[in-house]
Ligand binder design. Structure first.
Ligand code: TEU
Ligand code: CA
Length: 531
């Protein structure tokens, strides 16, 4: 396959509520984003994945949509959206919209109608049963909510204000494709598809992810909407294996460009998959997982450490104290020189860290709040629960972007909807821009490397055998070899001997090591061409 634009670009995810506030109401908005496009252009990204900006009662911060064709008042207007598209285009940046079609808000007109009566014309847009089964919501409790008026239960795999759409109803498909074409006609660059692996669910058989009809639906969607439009499409698929990822992303299957897989993320979760009990990173496991995914043949990888649902990488697996800069850069080098399309989550490029949450009053996230109530009822202590939220809660990623060291980190002139991380005096965009050794400059360099070098996009990947906590690999392209070495620990580790450096590309300590026998410093990382 010829190289596609979405294979050589780097995508930047914006969580609009937390990016930049233009009107002092404490909430980020579209005009705020427009005001920062020059910054993103300087970083070098080619696309923005915009988390939902549609009309929504914001029970799940916009992942509960009440009108797919309107912009939420707090974010602006459709004129602002059109302006964002135009201003981004001027800077060669495409806008990838979040497509949330596993469920709507309970305030969506379809659901308002559907719950009126059993024979309402929208009733079958949703999933109703006389009796609930034992399916659980991802946001705690039963996945079924009793609706008084018509005496049936409706399904909600997320919050009870997010009723699941019924994809067994062809009318739902038609409505969704129509809406997608509305956005495509506006000139967007693609879609990030929220929990798309759930739309093929067969709930009476207890199947939620990877249902039997899933791929038929995606092919149908492709043909009815973006198929011929050269768009980036990325599915959020928590349950994908490399085999499944090829079903989604093999070009001849006419489905998606790529998917987000989460095997590296969930590698620290216990057997039962409970993210709240995530443990420490195992580097050997991480290497094994990436080696497996990098071997994807007929399909394309996405590459990410962070998003709006995950704790900050520098806090989660790095060292956000003594080695904040070194470890943030180490993770950047490791990821950005692999094969696939990298995604940067806002603030990652300046090494933003988790927030020191102490009490539930500081938490907005519906997932964490529901979890707390459930676990308090089960007898867990407040302290234990807060510790889990502090380590892996989603609000860690959602604190406001840190632009400078003025009040509220320059995010707002009002009161921010979620507190700004107290480290903003040290960690902010303004200081990163003037420091040649900043994390930002390293990201910028990695993005340029990818743009200029086909080996980064296309080279074969080969994992090297090394000390447990050293992650090293070769990329091979057109007879040349490129070496990437990363020490993923606070300790020194030995790498080598065996290579002769020809050409240094990038590193996270000011001086480069002697390749014949390297003692890697804590979190040391570098890449070079080798013989
Ligand atoms: O996330 C899907 C999802 O399963 C997450 O809720 C994830 O499991 C959880 O955050 C980690 O514990 C998508 C969106 O990214 C998320 O923000 C939404 O809340 C969710 O779908 C519902 O739309
Ligand atoms: Ca605002």
């Amino acid at each position: 396959m010829e190289q596609q634009w979405w294979q050589s670009t780097v995508v930047y995810q914006i969580y609009p509520r937390s990016f930049m506030d233009s009107n002092a109401d404490g909430i980020g908005d579209l005009q705020g984003i427009i005001s920062k496009l020059d910054y993103l252009q300087e970083l070098g990204i080619g696309a923005i994945w915009l988390s939902p900006v549609y009309q929504s009662p914001m029970d799940d911060n916009g992942y509960d949509i009440s009108d797919y064709r309107e912009i939420a008042d707090i974010f602006g207007t459709m004129e602002d959206m059109d302006e964002l598209l135009a201003e981004a285009k001027k800077r060669n940046i495409k806008i990838v919209m979040d497509l949330v079609v596993n469920h709507t808000s309970d305030e969506h007109a379809w659901f308002v109608e559907a719950r009126q009566s059993k024979n309402n014309q929208y009733r079958d847009y949703y999933i109703w049963r006389d009796e609930p089964n034992d399916l659980e919501s991802i946001f705690s409790g039963s996945a079924w909510e009793f609706d008084e008026k018509t005496g049936q239960y409706f399904l909600h795999l997320f919050s009870k204000r997010q009723p699941d759409l019924n994809w067994e109803n062809p009318q739902v498909h038609a409505e969704v494709y129509d809406m997608m074409n509305f956005w495509i006609d506006k000139g967007i660059g693609g879609f990030r598809m929220d929990v798309i692996d759930m739309i093929g669910k067969e709930i009476d058989r207890g199947i939620t992810g990877n249902g039997p009809k899933l791929h038929d639906y995606l092919q149908e969607m492709n043909h009815a909407t973006f198929g011929e439009k050269n768009l980036l499409t990325v599915g959020e698929t928590w349950g994908a294996t490399p085999e499944i990822a090829e079903l989604y992303s093999a070009p001849e299957r006419d489905e998606l460009s790529m998917v987000f897989q989460f095997e590296h993320i969930t590698s620290t979760y216990p057997e039962n998959g409970d993210k709240w009990e995530a443990g420490a990173l195992s580097v050997p496991k991480l290497k094994e997982i990436f080696a497996k995914w990098q071997a994807l043949e007929n399909g394309w990888n996405s590459l990410f450490w962070n998003n709006h649902d995950l704790p900050r990488i520098v806090s989660n697996w790095g060292n956000d104290g003594k080695y904040r800069a070194e470890s943030a850069k180490a993770f950047a080098i490791l990821l950005h020189l692999m094969k696939g399309t990298p995604y940067i989550y806002q603030g990652e490029e300046i090494g933003m860290a988790n927030f020191p949450f102490e009490s539930i009053e500081q938490i907005n996230d519906v997932e964490a709040r529901n979890m707390r109530l459930e676990r308090l009822a089960q007898g867990q202590s407040e302290a234990e629960i807060m510790s889990a939220i502090r380590h892996v809660g989603r609000d860690n990623a959602r604190t406001p972007m840190q632009w400078d060291d003025t009040e509220n980190a320059g995010f707002t002139n009002g009161t921010p909807w979620l507190a700004v991380n107290p480290n903003y005096h040290d960690v902010n965009v303004l200081s990163s821009l003037s420091d040649e050794e900043s994390i930002f400059k390293l990201y910028q360099k990695l993005i340029r490397l990818r743009k200029k070098n086909d080996w980064v996009v296309e080279g074969d990947f080969e994992l090297l055998k090394t000390a447990d906590n050293v992650f090293a690999y070769l990329r091979k392209y057109a007879g040349k070899k490129y070496l990437v070495v990363v020490n993923l620990s606070d300790e020194v580790n030995v790498f080598g001997p065996g290579f002769v450096a020809k050409n240094w590309l990038v590193q996270n300590y000011p001086d480069v090591p002697e390749l014949s026998d390297v003692t890697l410093r804590p979190w040391e990382a570098f890449a070079c061409e080798v013989d």
